[in-house]
Write a protein that binds this ligand. Sequence first.
Ligand code: TYM
Length: 344
Amino acid sequence: RERVFSGVQPTGNLHLGNYLGAIKRFVALQDTFECIYCVVDMHAITQAPSVWGGPAELARSTREVTAAFLAAGIDPDRHIVFNQSQVGEHAELAWVFNCVARMGWLNRMTQFKEKAGKHRENASVGLFAYPTLMAADILVYKATHVPVGEDQKQHLELTRDIAQKFNTDFADSIRRVTGADALFPLTEPVIQGPATRVMSLRDGSKKMSKSDPSDYSRINLTDDADTIAQKIRKAKTDPEPLPSEEAGLDGRPEADNLVGIYAALADSTRADVLAEFGGAQFSTFKAALVDLAVAKLAPIAAEMRRLTADPGHIDRVLRTGADRARAIAAPIMAEVKQVVGFLR
Ligand code: TYM
């Protein structure tokens, strides 16, 4: 059975990269797969409380990400929407995976190196072990497909390595307990569409991110129409008009980024966007992009505001989702325990 899992951290503001690279893709997969979408609150606390804002902010942000899922079109009745910490099996399986993954594998993770910075000795153990929890998130449901942006690719490769090593280390026991050759699937990353890596609006060589000090580097999902328009008008570009073919975007990272954003918002491709705007000046293209972005994003922002005004409703969605998630995770975790040799 094919099953999708993905997660978004409740830290800071959701931005256009999160939407185009992940959440919009989550929506599209609902017709084909059984989907489980998770607000990964346990991942959010791997950095200092001053970074994620402390308990009240974590709760607010967990509800806001949930509201974004629903506002973007994820259907919590047909699929599962919940927050990670309500399903204890994630942490349980993560411990087993901590004992499967090797220090050397985790040492290679570029996200850890970036987030830990120069003072690695001061990073939390949780930040280092982050990818084993992420592998557990996915494999505790035996998910087969994981939609993410480009920046999560390395973590998904590690998830496959962990699944493979578990399957090999416990091969005999897995055969005895389940009759099959492997317990965990080798999950496929789903990194698709024209906006798998949305870049900063101020610097085409930097990823759009929650942590960039300049708010003008990103469009937040909660920005109003005027703010969106201003940010796009101020976005960095080069002096040339737009090319008419994709090859013409080579070496023009800012142009490539804006064309990719347009294509993703319009459910189109770079080639089609350039067929329409090739030869146009950025002033013309940006005006069209403002109209498109406002038309697509303003209704989501409005729906998020409506939903977050009723936290009780959001909490009920999360609780129901968590119950349904647990119903899938618990028997898989029971199987893992039997395979490992934990008595129950
Ligand atoms: P997070 O919360 O940083 O980001 C959520 C999703 O948004 C994507 N993304 C982007 N896509 C395109 N352009 C960008 N500039 C951009 N910035 C972020 C991310 O790739 C991601 O898909 N470790 C994950 C959360 C996680 C997870 C999981 C994901 C925890 N467990 C299990 C999948 C499966 C993270 O920090 O995403």
